[in-house]
Design a protein around this ligand. Structure first.
Ligand code: TRP
Length: 463
């Protein structure tokens, strides 16, 4: 038997930690560039619909499974008596390992950019390719970031992950609001806001719909058992449904605010012309290439301050997410193999670091991993890994709702949700969740999963 399991001190601690998991590079780096590629506000609208209609119910389900069983994603299915469904958890742990393997690299870039900005080295953006192919530098930053992550996960739930989130989440919010207020005062800011908020519905096609759904799943940390794991540390007295609502709202709000911070900056450097965003400036380079140019125009002191602040904020957001990703394999190893948390963290982080080596090499350092990796229509290993994991998350989410509604059964799910939520069964929200979990999520997720796989892996697009 393993040592006593950790627990969050209270509901707020849980909400902050889970929001910390949700809010990350997905919100501040990926969301804006997906919006840029996806034609602006049309993407934003799709994303929000998916969050409420599909993701919120999946989140509630994951947390409930975790809290009911007090287990990691693999052990949870066994504990409920459905050993055959353990594959969902195994898949989740694998997805988590793969996500963290590349996420940690990008987090390392962000952290590296913090140092470049405070030194006033804005030129690094013109040479982004040089930065990412400098394998020694990238490797050092990745090691540093993984070590921070391992350190906090090693300290456990309340003393590590929760404490970190209690400090970093409010800090992040203040920093991001400060940045928004600042960027809105820049010349041409309004052109950026317009691009971001006025939808052009003619832009909607399958890759945008699929992209918005993948983004929603990724951003809310769904589909791989992060929230099963975090839920397993939540007290029976706490309300799962309202917690999930707070987490969803926090995540959406911060993604939304991140857009308000970034697009005015982009409009500022392009003197109001947003057409470039849809082409060359969009994509992974959006914040690493475009933004430092904006910081450079502010002059050395202010530029270093604002630019450094931005990348520090990004690193903080990433850290509360990397800890959640590392917690999943750690909890699995601790629960199932009964070894100590410290050893589990050490083992998991080194393993994940090694899995991340191709992603680290795949941005210039190695020709093979950078340009020859032509599976799934991508050319580099990191994009390949991210497409794979996005698909795995949708698959995981689909399996989780089917499992909860038809295998574990709704009565059991509802009974768990009623803990900490008196009279849950008689509330309108329970009807909404019953309906979405049983019908809407399985149907729409299944259809979209097929469409996304056809589009991503076979290049077949229906609209
Ligand atoms: N949601 C985080 C982000 O937006 C990343 C993340 C953390 C994640 N844990 C996850 C994504 C689990 C998918 C699954 O940056």
């Amino acid at each position: 038997m393993a040592a006593v399991r950790g627990a969050f001190t209270n509901k707020l601690g849980f909400i902050l930690a889970a929001s910390g998991s949700a809010v990350g590079l997905g919100n501040i780096w990926k969301f804006p560039f997906e919006v840029g590629l996806g034609g602006g506000a049309a993407f934003v609208a799709m994303y929000m619909i998916f969050c409420f209609l599909l993701c919120f119910p999946v989140m509630v389900t994951e947390i409930a499974i975790g809290r009911k069983t007090q287990k990691n994603p693999v052990g949870a299915f066994t504990a409920l008596g459905f050993k055959n469904w353990r594959f969902i958890g195994v898949f989740g742990v694998l997805a988590g390992v793969l996500i963290l393997s590349y996420y940690n690299i990008i987090a390392g870039w962000a952290f590296g950019f913090f140092f470049e900005m405070v030194q006033g080295n804005f030129d690094v953006s013109n040479n982004f390719g040089v930065f990412t192919s400098d394998i020694v530098k990238v490797c050092i930053y990745a090691v540093i970031f993984m070590s921070f992550t391992g350190y906090f996960v090693g300290k456990g739930i309340s003393g590590g992950i929760e404490k970190l989130s209690r400090i970093l989440m409010p800090t992040l919010l203040l920093m991001i609001i400060g940045m928004v207020l600042y960027s809105l005062t820049l010349p041409n800011a309004f052109e950026g806001v317009k691009f971001y908020l006025i939808p052009d519905l003619s832009e909607i096609n399958i890759s945008i719909v699929g992209g918005a759904l993948r983004q929603a799943f990724f951003s809310l940390s769904l589909g791989m058992g992060t929230l099963i794991t975090y839920g397993s540390y939540l007290s029976k007295k706490d309300n799962i449904v309202s917690s999930a609502a707070y987490i969803t709202l926090t995540d959406i709000s911060i993604a939304f605010i991140a857009g308000l911070m970034i697009f005015p900056l982009v409009a500022f450097i392009n003197q109001g012309d947003m057409s470039a965003v849809a082409s060359d400036q969009a994509g992974p380079g959006l914040i690493f290439v475009t933004l430092p140019q904006a910081f450079a125009t502010l002059g050395p002191t202010l530029g270093a301050l604002v630019g450094g602040g931005f990348f520090l904020l990004l690193s903080f957001a990433a850290l509360t997410s990397t800890v959640s990703l590392l917690e999943v394999p750690t909890a699995y190893v601790v629960d199932e193999l009964g070894i100590t948390r410290t050893k589990a963290v050490l083992f998991a982080s080194i393993f994940i670091f090694i899995v991340g080596i191709p992603s680290m090499l795949g941005n210039g350092a190695s020709e093979f991993f950078s340009n020859q990796f032509k599976i799934t229509g991508s050319t580099d290993f990191l994009s390949f890994a991210s497409k794979m994991t996005d698909t795995m998350l949708l698959f995981g989410g689909l399996c989780i709702v089917i499992f909860a509604a038809y295998v574990w059964k709704k009565e059991n799910l509802n009974a768990e949700l009623a803990n900490g939520y008196e009279g849950y069964q008689h509330k309108g929200i329970s009807k909404y969740l019953d309906f979405t979990i049983s019908f809407v999520c399985p149907t729409i997720l299944a259809i979209l999963l097929v469409l996304v796989v056809l589009s991503n892996f076979f290049g077949i697009n229906f609209f």
